[in-house]
Structure formats: C-alpha cells, structure tokens
Design a protein around this ligand. Sequence first.
Ligand SMILES: CC(C)(COP(=O)(O)OP(=O)(O)OC[C@H]1O[C@@H](n2cnc3c(N)ncnc32)[C@H](O)[C@@H]1OP(=O)(O)O)[C@@H](O)C(=O)NCCC(=O)NCCS
Length: 180
Amino acid sequence: MRLAADLDGRLLEIRDLRAEDVRPDEASAWDDWDDDWLPDDEQPVHHRAAIVLDGTVVGTMSWHAVLYGPTRGSRAWSMGLALAPAARGQGVGSLAQRLLSDALLETAYRVEASTDVANHAEQRALEKAGFHREGVLRGAQYRADGEHHDLVMYARTQAPGSAPSPAREEARAGGDTLAG
Ligand SMILES: CC(C)(COP(=O)(O)OP(=O)(O)OC[C@H]1O[C@@H](n2cnc3c(N)ncnc32)[C@H](O)[C@@H]1OP(=O)(O)O)[C@@H](O)C(=O)NCCC(=O)NCCS
C-alpha cells in the first residue's frame, strides 16, 4: 500500500515497511510498558507501515482489527503511531493519521484511536486528523508505573457528508493491502 500527500511542500508517504528501511528511534514517554508482555499468539494481528517524509523514514504506524460483533460490518480498525522526536510538531502526525484513517474507512465503517488522557499532543493531532472525541476508557492501559491509566477514545466513521478523501484513489490504485 502507498498513501501520499503534500505537507507544506514536502512529500509525506505512508507505505509498507521494507526490510532495508532504517527506522529512527521513535521512543517516547509513552513506551513505558512493564515486561509482562502477552505472547504473540494472544496479540492482535498488527499491520505496520512506514511514515516517510521526503524519502526518510520518520516513524511508523500500525492498525489492528477490533471486533464489535462477529460480522465484517462490525469490524473496526484501531490505529496508532510514533514519530522520531525531530519529526514531531510539524503536522506529520495529523496528516499521517488523516491519510491512514481515510484509507481504512474504505474497508470499515469505523476507525478508532485511543491515547492517554495526559497525551495532549496526540489528542490534538487526532482532532486535526478529523477524529471525534468519544469518551474516557477508565483504567484501560496498564503501565510500568504500576498504574492503570485512563485513555481517551477518538473515532472517525463513514458519516454522510464527511470530508472527501485525497487518499482514496491512491489506496484503490495501489492494491488494497490494508486488511492483508
Ligand atoms: C503524538 C504524535 C504522533 C503527534 O504527531 P505530531 O506530528 O507531533 O503532531 P502534529 O504536529 O500533527 O500536531 C500536534 C498538535 O498538538 C499540539 N501539541 C503538542 N504538544 C502539546 C501539548 N503538550 N499540549 C497541547 N497540545 C500540544 C501542537 O501544538 C499541535 O497542534 P496545533 O497544530 O493546533 O498547534 C507525535 O508527537 C509522537 O510521535 N509523539 C510520541 C509518541 C506518541 O505519543 N504516540 C502516540 C501514542 S497514543
């Protein structure tokens, strides 16, 4: 898959991760998990993509299915991302989340993203990407500080009258591997 858009004269791409990609250090304060990781066979299947700015990989995105019922129509996507520190605060996260959610909305009615109640940058980036704040998920995320953190849930849906998608034609033309 490949999605692309202009960001103030720079080319922002979201595309499949490649073996030869040099991934930047995307670590942030939001990576403070404890070491009690679920085994792989209990993890949802994560689809991953590179975020590329003018040819340089500056971050990654992932998305996985969330089932609100046993049918295809009840499958939503949950997405997330992380950027290298040097790429933050320039609109990359907002545009990347706009592009990926546009494409995912081609394959599901609902796309959601959640973030810590204290992660104000991601909340603002999601709002700029067209997501709507839905509410607080109490204690949903356990972290290395031994606390269950509240998350804020955001979502976009295929509502009538939603903004036209600049990514849709490219998503179609590129052969849809989103649900791969
Ligand atoms: C969160 C993240 C993806 C956002 O992407 P980004 O490219 O930095 O975000 P953008 O530049 O598109 O927009 C950020 C917005 O948040 C605002 N913002 C930044 N820090 C903020 C803060 N502490 N409080 C409130 N708003 C803040 C910015 O001003 C900007 O809004 P504006 O354009 O209206 O001024 C990125 O910063 C990142 O990778 N952070 C570390 C990892 C992370 O938190 N991932 C998400 C985990 S759920």
